[in-house]
Write a protein that binds this ligand. Structure first.
Ligand code: OSB
Ligand code: MG
Length: 369
């Protein structure tokens, strides 16, 4: 594959409302849009989605920019490769830095799919016409959380995820269950508990949660296996799964019953699909996790969620959940709890160039020699 140039656009936008977790409250979002162009002027788009500070993973917008500018882009423009499938191998000398790799790999896959005139999701083996959508309630205020559930239920979301921590979990879940006894509900702990909290976590079994996401350490696999044996609620791993090897270890040890696949956290499309296939072989249902991202990343997620193993609704909320105006057209919209999977070439959405330009604070183009 020949790539003429790669452009990085740093974008910034406030969220419509603050996103609260026990680790951080996010008010503004930055991202690096990656544009890969071929000699015929076709452009593929990717989105690099770390946060501005390293509270969720170790990567940040600046570390990603550094990795892209100084290593990944020069290697890709000068490297000897034919197919986007070979990028993981080309980049294997660069340890981790999954989110930086993911944004660039996405742009190249989108370009490749556009060259082949195929929808990217289909090219990756996706067959679904609709992807089931869930939404995240991220407020520490119980009244506000209930208000959000009521607002979002107009779109018929098929799964509601609430952020929890030891100080607020029981009161928050009891408040939600008293109003919505049958709501498809799950809880995301973002690593707020220790194995010593097992007795406390057993109390959450009575809330009929679909799962508890990442209760223990961000890089733990072994202790989750011990915890899963003591609680009835299925454990789902998020932060702990950064590679195929992590997923394999978690499955071997029985550390979880469900895996959240975030393309950005595992280094892009090829790794995400490999983990998906492993989970399907082992009977582990997966769902597509979100990163409070802009539309380009969400479009890649919709394509990923069109694969058969994504049998649980993902973090695929509508553009209007976070943004006054998104950078893609049309918006991502959720109807009756589903996003229609597009079928036009590449990511299947156009770019809202005017909005993208408004949000761009810095841009740089790298050309092949
Ligand atoms: O743990 O899944 C998480 C957002 C930022 C960082 C971590 C997480 C999240 C979410 C997804 O919960 C929210 C979304 O994109 O809708
Ligand atoms: Mg999570």
């Amino acid at each position: 594959m020949e790539i003429e140039s790669i452009t990085l656009k740093m974008i910034r936008s406030p969220l419509k409302s603050p996103f609260h977790t026990h680790l951080e409250t996010v008010y503004d979002r930055e991202a690096i849009i990656v544009e890969a162009r071929d000699k015929d002027g076709r452009t593929g788009y990717g989105e690099t989605v770390p946060f501005s500070s390293p509270w969720y993973t170790e990567e940040t917008i600046k570390t990603c920019y550094h990795m892209l500018e100084d290593f990944l882009i020069p290697m890709t423009l000068s490297g000897n490769w034919e197919h986007p499938n070979e990028l993981s191998e080309l980049w294997k000398g660069i340890r981790r830095n999954q989110m930086a790799k993911s944004g660039l790999e996405q742009a190249i896959w989108d370009l490749y799919a556009k060259q082949k005139e195929k929808y990217l999701g289909r090219l990756m083996g996706g067959k679904k016409q609709y992807a089931a959508a869930g939404v995240v309630i991220a407020s520490n205020d119980r009244k506000e959380a209930l208000r959000q559930i009521e607002t979002f239920s107009a779109e018929g979301y098929k799964r509601y995820k609430v952020k929890i921590s030891p100080s607020s979990d029981l009161s928050m879940l009891a408040a939600i269950r008293s109003v919505y006894p049958d709501l498809p509900l799950m809880a995301d702990a973002n690593s707020a508990y220790r194995l010593d909290d097992t007795v406390h976590l057993q109390k959450l079994d009575s809330f009929g949660l679909q799962m508890i996401e990442q209760p223990l350490g961000v890089d733990d696999i072994a202790e989750h296996s011990l915890l899963q044996k003591e609680i009835k609620t299925p454990v789902c791993l998020d932060e702990s799964i950064c590679s195929y090897h992590d997923a394999k270890s978690a499955i071997m040890l029985g550390s979880c019953q469900i895996i959240n696949i975030k393309m950005a956290r595992v280094g892009g499309w090829s790794q995400a699909v490999k983990i998906h296939d492993l989970c399907v072989q082992n009977g582990i249902p997966v769902w597509c996790g979100g990163m409070i991202e802009f539309g380009i990343s969400r479009a890649h997620n919709v394509a990923l969620a069109s694969l058969e193993g994504f049998s649980i609704p993902g973090d695929l909320s509508s553009s209007s959940r976070y943004w006054e105006e998104d950078i893609i057209e049309p918006d991502i919209t959720v109807r009756n709890g589903e996003v229609k999977v597009p079928d036009s070439p590449g990511i299947g959405f156009r770019i809202n160039e005017k909005r993208l330009k408004e949000l761009t604070v810095y841009r740089e183009t790298f050309k092949a020699m």
